[in-house]
Design a protein around this ligand. Structure first.
Ligand code: C2O
Ligand code: CU
Ligand code: CU
Length: 417
């Protein structure tokens, strides 16, 4: 964990041996020598400089996913750090408290580079939220990155994406560990789940059948805690879960599982007893935006075995949308393909307004609630979202966050003017 002060955070991009499996050293690409990279914890409004030093023999670039940031610091695919080079990214963090994450964004190479380790969490923690009684930027507030990997007999990573689904690994790691056990005292525990996998969606639940309590999403806290039997998390989505362990005692265990994979992690309770926790009933204001002044249609297409946006691959000469600075726009994402795509917009947080299929309205997903930066558009669905294109001019990317789709070739850009 890094809590930046006035000095820049230095993040070397390196090739490093990391211990993922017992008895093996796996060669990875890292930000800062660990996998995941160090968690950066800052306050909304705090200016943070990150100096990325590229020690690889190929270019590197850092993107802070979920940041409302000036285009020059957004990790555009044309803003590369050459081998041996260094670059300072400045984040003014003028946005709500939320779980952001940083990752590499090399054009047509993002999938393999993120798979090999170039990712980490970045928490914006607001002290004004201390009064809610939730763990808040402390040792009971834990970023949990889910990634799926395949290993060879020597414990080295295998990367072989096949077919249309994107890469699916054999083993799901939780913060780089296979089925970790976390031991804590009774009380509340906040798990900030990040799906940092290339392509695998998770359907999270508790092994004991008790509901999960979701308190936050991509863009920060929900207006009220939501009880969910299962929580679906697509690549790059974040869900902030609250476990009430206050009524548990020494030796009790809570297991978090994925509906397809099985057990992911366990939390063991030790010590106690504790005071029963009181969960807040309200977490903050309901999200709100003015009505959109323009409606855009963006198509998700498939051509010749590749997925595309608006019928074309990434072309730095093409901007699909010119958005007026400060305007609220409605984007209709029309999926003409038989695959689901988690679509991510840089720069903005948005609200999911509507889902339809063949003109028939569908219920929103529970996970659509709150400020989002990635939304699942299921096969043949149309999703409408509203966003305000503030506070920065310039070019920003948007893309599918199944990283193999992003690379080939489901990425494009918009310009704020
Ligand atoms: Cu995680 Cu271009 O984004
Ligand atoms: Cu992003
Ligand atoms: Cu996709």
């Amino acid at each position: 964990t890094v809590r930046p002060g006035t000095e820049p955070v230095v993040l070397p991009v390196t090739r490093t041996a990391v211990s993922l499996l017992p008895g093996a050293a796996t060669t990875m690409l890292t930000f800062g020598g660990t996998f995941p990279g160090p968690t950066v914890i800052a306050r909304p409004g705090q200016v943070v400089d990150i100096d990325v030093v590229n020690e690889l023999d190929e270019p590197a670039v850092l993107h802070l996913h979920g940041a409302h940031v000036a285009a020059a610091h957004d990790g555009h695919v044309r803003d590369l750090i050459p081998t041996g080079g260094q670059r300072r990214y400045t984040f003014d963090n003028a946005q709500r408290a939320a779980h952001l994450w940083y990752h590499d964004h090399l054009l047509m190479r993002t999938a393999e580079r993120v798979y090999r380790g170039l990712a980490g969490s970045y928490l914006l923690v607001d002290q004004a939220h201390d009064g809610l009684g939730l763990p808040n930027g402390d040792e009971r507030d834990i970023p949990v990155a889910l990634t799926d990997k395949t290993f060879d007999a020597d414990g080295q990573l295998v990367y072989d994406p096949v077919g249309h689904t994107g890469f699916l690994g054999d083993v799901v790691l939780v913060n780089g560990v296979d089925r970790p056990v976390l031991t804590v005292e009774p009380g509340l525990l906040r798990l900030r789940i990040l799906n940092a996998s290339n392509a695998r969606p998770y359907r999270l639940g508790r092994a004991d059948g008790m509901p999960l309590v979701q308190v936050g999403t991509d863009g920060g806290l929900l207006a009220t805690p939501a009880s969910r039997g299962e929580v679906e998390v697509w690549p790059s989505e974040r869900v902030d879960l609250l476990l009430d362990l206050s009524r548990m005692g020494d030796g009790d265990r809570v297991v978090i599982l994925d509906a397809g994979v099985g057990d992911l992690m366990a939390v063991d309770v030790t010590g106690g007893p504790a005071e029963p926790a009181i969960l807040p009933t309200s977490l903050g204001p309901a999200p709100d935006l003015d009505p959109p002044e323009v409606v855009r249609t963006i198509t998700l297409d498939e051509h010749g075995g590749r997925f595309l946006l608006n019928g074309h691959g990434f072309d730095d000469a093409i901007r699909d949308v010119y958005a007026r600075l400060g305007a609220v726009e409605r984007w209709r994402l029309v999926n003409t393909t038989s695959f689901g795509h988690p679509i991510h917009l840089h720069l903005v947080s948005f609200l999911v307004r509507q889902r339809t299929s063949s003109g028939v309205a569908l219920p929103l997903r529970p996970e659509d609630e709150g400020w989002k930066d990635t939304v699942l558009v299921r096969a043949f669905e149309t999703v409408e979202l509203d966003a305000r294109f503030a506070d920065h001019l310039g070019d920003f990317m948007y893309h599918c966050h199944v990283l193999e789709h992003e690379d080939h070739d489901m990425m494009s850009q918009f310009r704020v003017v």
